[in-house]
Design a protein around this ligand. Structure first.
Ligand SMILES: [Zn+2]
Length: 75
């Protein structure tokens, strides 16, 4: 990936039995793994039947601002 924030955080959190909730992303055309990103989590504010929270995959690292792989931004 473009930065090593996830690895740095995992090394720091590891001794405490924690890890970053990262998601692996793939090239949709080839199925090749591109790396991991830190998802932006959402929550349902007004609870209503059928509404679910979802995660968004950022184009830029939310910790350091470095752009992730170009393939992440293009559908
Ligand atoms: Zn980063």
């Amino acid at each position: 990936m473009a930065c090593d924030c996830i690895e740095v955080l995992d090394r720091a959190l590891g001794p405490k039995g924690r890890a970053v909730d990262a998601r692996q992303i793939y090239d949709l055309d080839t199925g090749t793994p591109l790396g991991y990103v830190i998802p932006i989590k959402t929550t349902v504010v007004h609870r209503k039947r059928g509404r679910h929270a979802y995660d968004m995959l950022p184009v830029y690292c939310p910790l350091c601002g470095v752009r992730y792989a170009q393939e992440v931004a293009t559908p």
